[in-house]
Design a binder for this molecule. Structure first.
Ligand code: FAD
Length: 466
């Protein structure tokens, strides 16, 4: 029986990052992956392909405004097949990159194989109906998640789609209904609206991107409506029925009345469920919490030496960088390194719709509910010179701080490069910086980032540029 220090089941951003770091720290490591390629949801049907399309959509938006930038562009056309090909090329390149990194770091890659815990320190590997076993000191579950559907709604992959199938569409649909307005829903709404589809979002809750600060939700709704995206809030989908033209979606609207809408394609984006079936959890003492795996602050489960990271873990934001950081901390523990537990509240959120959203820490409402005396400030991109150069004036940065000592509690940005500039407050919150620290930070000019400086100062009414 092959013997390892660590066997990881799953090669997404949780598993593959943990494997490389484990190997760097001297642990003999193997990764079991059911797919024939490495990289998981994020690389193949999540973060990367969606961001390729969002970048293309961004370029298209700019090309359409060519005259404003002093260009004459004639005959501008979307070549969808060529965009699909570029997306595939990027994904393939990066999957190959992970394989090369595994080789370089001496991580053993066991692809096309189903992994399951057979018992303490034993992982069963099933390939083509044959089962073998690996012996290991530590085991890590990093099996990720898959799209949920709604009761009674069957994903057929042709008309009723999840994030997987919508990435394979051979043409841009004339109309698209997106059910759910979390990050996945608003990103696809943004992509397909830019490329000309009639897009409607149906959201059960009273606002879009419901996990974000309320002001961010309101600003995104305003921007989406300006683009022609229809938004129906407090709308509960009851059924989706296919027909020759596509599908009819029936829902209860905010007044409780039944309403319906027809569309060529329907995207179901109502959250993701953890992939924990048939992975041998029942052979361990690990506990579940609402179907997710319960772990301690270092990602260890109730079964000694069994760790779980990423989308299958209870209470963790389902984000690639959260999965990766959990993996790094967990293997640090295994290797006896001095690592700090993962602070889930210090994990940035990034949503790449247009306008982008980047946020970290508490929303204003959460800060008030947590008992803080709160002071907020806001700086609009309208007053930022780099935003003028880019021609992207929508949005603002909102800072939530503790009133007396100016402790930073949260920062919420919507607008140009919001997913990039959120890096500064992420470090600031991690280092427990105050408004005074941030006001003393020099911001390069002209950058979109310098709007952060103005936003920090705005809490005390000391903004220069607005
Ligand atoms: P996964 O990436 O899901 O990887 C799990 C791996 O385990 C898979 O390769 C799977 O095949 C394998 N596996 C499962 N069961 C077994 C088994 N029994 N045996 C062997 N292998 C198994 N996050 C961001 O941070 N930024 C983004 O921009 C972003 N965009 C997204 C866009 C979309 C459309 C979606 C759906 C998600 C997006 N996410 C984004 C979320 C991100 O993809 C996930 O949080 C991340 O992939 C979770 O990583 P993971 O390692 O836990 O699991």
């Amino acid at each position: 029986m092959a013997k390892y220090d660590l066997v990881i089941i799953g090669s997404g951003p949780g598993g593959y990052v943990a494997a490389i770091r484990a190997s760097q720290w001297g642990l003999k490591t193997a990764v079991v992956e059911k797919d024939p390629f490495l990289g998981g949801t994020c690389l193949h049907v999540g973060c990367i392909p969606t961001k390729v399309f969002l970048h293309h959509a961004d370029l298209y938006d700019n090309f359409k405004r060519a005259e404003e930038f002093g260009f004459e562009v004639k005959g501008l056309k979307v070549n969808w097949p060529s965009m699909l090909a570029r997306k595939d090329k990027i994904v393939k390149k990066h999957a190959g990159g992970i394989a090369a990194l595994f080789k370089k770091n001496k991580v053993e890659s066991i692809t096309g194989s189903w992994g399951r815990i057979a018992g303490p320190g034993r992982v069963a590997v099933e390939k083509d109906g044959k089962v073998s076993e690996l012996e290991t000191t530590y085991t890590m579950l990093a099996t990720g998640s898959e799209a949920r559907s709604l009761p009674g709604v069957e994903i057929d992959g042709n008309t009723i789609l999840t994030n997987r199938e919508i990435l394979l569409l051979e043409s841009i649909p004339k109309s698209l209904v997106v059910v759910g307005s979390g990050a996945v829903g608003v990103e696809f709404a943004s992509i397909f609206r830019t490329f000309g589809a009639e897009v409607t979002i149906l959201e059960m809750l009273p606002r879009v991107v419901p996990l974000e600060d309320e002001d961010i939700s309101a600003e995104l709704a305003k921007a989406f409506q300006k683009k022609g995206i229809r938004i129906q809030l407090e709308s509960v989908v009851e059924s989706v029925n296919k027909n020759a033209q596509g599908a009819t979606i029936t829902y209860k609207d905010r007044t409780g009345k039944s309403a319906s809408i027809a569309a060529e394609k329907v995207l179901i984006a109502v959250g993701r469920r953890p992939l924990i079936d048939n992975i041998g959890i029942e052979n361990t003492k690990a506990k579940l919490e609402r179907g997710f795996v319960h772990t301690d602050a270092y990602s260890e489960t109730a079964e000694p030496r069994l760790y779980a990271i990423g989308d299958i873990v209870a209470g963790l934001p389902q984000l690639a960088h959260a999965a990766s950081m959990e993996g790094i901390i967990a293997v640090g523990r295994m290797a006896g390194k001095d690592v700090q537990p993962f602070d889930r509240k210090r994990c940035p959120n990034a949503t790449y719709c247009e306008p982008q959203i980047g946020s970290i820490g508490l929303t204003e409402k959460q800060a008030r509910e947590a008992g803080f005396e709160v002071k907020t400030g806001k700086f609009p991109f309208l007053a930022n010179s780099k935003a003028s150069i880019l021609g992207q004036h929508e949005g603002f940065i909102k800072v939530v701080a503790e009133a007396k000592y100016g402790e930073l509690l949260g920062v919420h940005a919507i607008g140009p490069l919001a997913t990039e500039i959120i890096a500064e407050p992420t470090s600031a919150l991690g280092l427990e910086a105050t408004l005074d620290d941030m006001a003393a930070t020099v911001h390069a000019h002209p950058t979109v980032w310098e709007a952060m400086g103005d936003a920090f100062n705005s809490v005390r009414g000391l903004t220069i540029n607005y």
